[in-house]
Write a protein that binds this ligand. Structure first.
Ligand SMILES: Cc1ncc(COP(=O)(O)O)c(C=O)c1O
Length: 425
């Protein structure tokens, strides 16, 4: 059978009809699974047979989500997690431990920035080098035998910058270091990670994939295109795991995901609940339709802001004069997503008046809901960062972030008019 298209996979991948005939993916709200007899139980525990044991490690509803996401990203497997942060943490802990290092671009979501910049070293003994995404010389110079990963966000939050992904992939490949992308803002619909040389993808499923602002979740997807033996950098993949039947993970086609599931998920337990998996699957079924509307509405908003006398600047890569326009056309040709930032004239004071006057846009700490959202990152999501770190993460004091929803564009623009009117007073 020829490979199915993206929309078909969004609706069907990973789901086989069970004996009840249920057309919707059933919610298997269970902790554990009855073994046929003691021999069957022993076979499952000895890895002689595949099957379900305990929902911390796997669950049939969550498995549909994992297989669907692997299909959409073109990967070989996935592990769903309780949040996007857990996915990011696991993506690194699966390959790095005390004494190791990673390199990340500095234009990151605030939570990820703090995790890498502070928590990693103090809590896990992993040194993270956060480097300007355009400074390839420093990125390359920083790589050493302890470097286990290069990490970037497809579209930076809230810098709305698009890194030179080909260049990052070329460096990672030449040094045989795994390339990890947080594709939350890109989505598998807009950005084909595998095509551009990414090895591991993480998502906050909380955002476009769930899409309706009702469930926190995350996922790590293995593209299956990284040779864990090639460099000698990854002994935990090439030497037997004495805690798990002396398995050598590099022997498995889904080495990275298998290891993550039976080590991190089993031992530290940030698994996704079946109910959240069900809700996120409902979102994935309409991913492309929603993302197309998000892109169209956001572009209309970006053009409106661009021409507005009270606006200093706008960041939206699908605007022809945006500094990332060429990269957007190359890496995300279907659109730049629903999130944009702008600087309001009058700085923080005007920004507060603007935000407080909005009625349709909700002031809250999330993005990529079906509804329009607004926030001031410097005083909220990125408030833990020092002034210097705010600069590195591209967060200016006057920056307002909009997550443009699926409402009628006329109503969205009317609401923004209301905000600007209030900001003038
Ligand atoms: C780009 C990006 N990655 C990861 C996360 C963390 O995801 P979660 O909130 O699901 O833990 C966020 C949250 O805003 C994000 O914007």
């Amino acid at each position: 059978m020829k490979e199915l298209g993206f929309n078909t996979k969004s609706l069907h991948a990973g789901h086989e009809i069970d004996p009840t005939g249920s057309r919707a993916v059933p919610i298997y709200q269970t902790t554990s699974y009855v073994f046929k007899d003691s021999e069957h139980a022993a076979a499952l525990f000895d890895l002689k047979e595949n099957g379900y044991i305990y929902s911390r490690i796997n669950n049939p509803t969550v498995a549909v989500l994992e297989q669907r996401m692997a299909a959409l990203e073109g990967g070989v497997g996935a592990v769903a997690t309780s949040s996007g942060m857990a996915a990011t943490l696991y993506s690194i802990l699966n390959i790095a431990s005390v004494g190791d290092e990673i390199i990340s671009v500095s234009t990151l979501y605030g939570g990820t920035y703090t995790l890498f910049n502070d928590r990693f070293y103090s809590q896990y003994g992993i040194k993270a080098h956060l480097i300007d995404p355009e400074d390839f010389e420093t990125i390359e110079k920083t790589i050493n035998p302890k470097t286990k990963a290069i990490f970037f966000e497809t579209i930076g939050n809230p810098g709305i910058n698009i890194p030179n992904i080909e260049k990052l992939a070329e460096i990672a490949k030449r040094h045989k270091v795994a390339l990890i992308a947080d594709n939350t803002f890109g989505t598998p619909y807009l950005f084909e990670a595998k095509k551009w040389g990414v090895n591991i993808v993480v998502h906050s499923l909380t955002k476009y994939l769930g899409g309706h602002g009702n469930s926190i979740g995350g996922i790590v997807v293995d593209m299956g295109n990284f040779d864990w033996r090639a460099s000698g950098r990854y002994p935990s993949f090439t030497e037997p795991d004495t805690t798990y039947h002396n398995l050598i993970y590099a022997d498995l086609p889904d080495a990275y995901i298998a290891k993550l599931r039976v080590q991190l998920l089993r031992d530290t337990g940030a698994c996704l609940s079946p109910f959240n998996a069900f809700l996120i699957l409902q979102g994935i079924e309409t991913l492309s339709l929603r993302v197309e509307r998000h892109c169209a509405n956001a572009l209309a908003v970006a053009k409106y802001l661009k021409n507005h006398p009270q606006v200093e600047w706008v960041n939206y890569p699908a605007l022809e004069d945006d500094q990332y326009y060429e990269r957007q056309q190359k890496y995300l040709p279907k659109g730049a997503g629903g999130i944009l930032t702008f600087g309001i004239k009058g700085g923080l004071k005007a920004g507060k008046k603007f935000i407080d006057a909005l009625k349709l846009f909700s002031l809250l700490a999330n993005v990529a809901d079906a509804r329009s959202l607004v926030i001031h990152p410097a005083s909220t999501t990125h408030s833990q960062l020092s002034e210097e770190d705010l600069k590195k993460a591209a967060v200016l004091p006057e920056l307002i972030r909009l997550s443009v929803g699926l409402e009628d564009i006329e109503d969205i623009l009317d609401d923004l008019d209301r905000g600007f009117q209030a900001a003038k007073e």
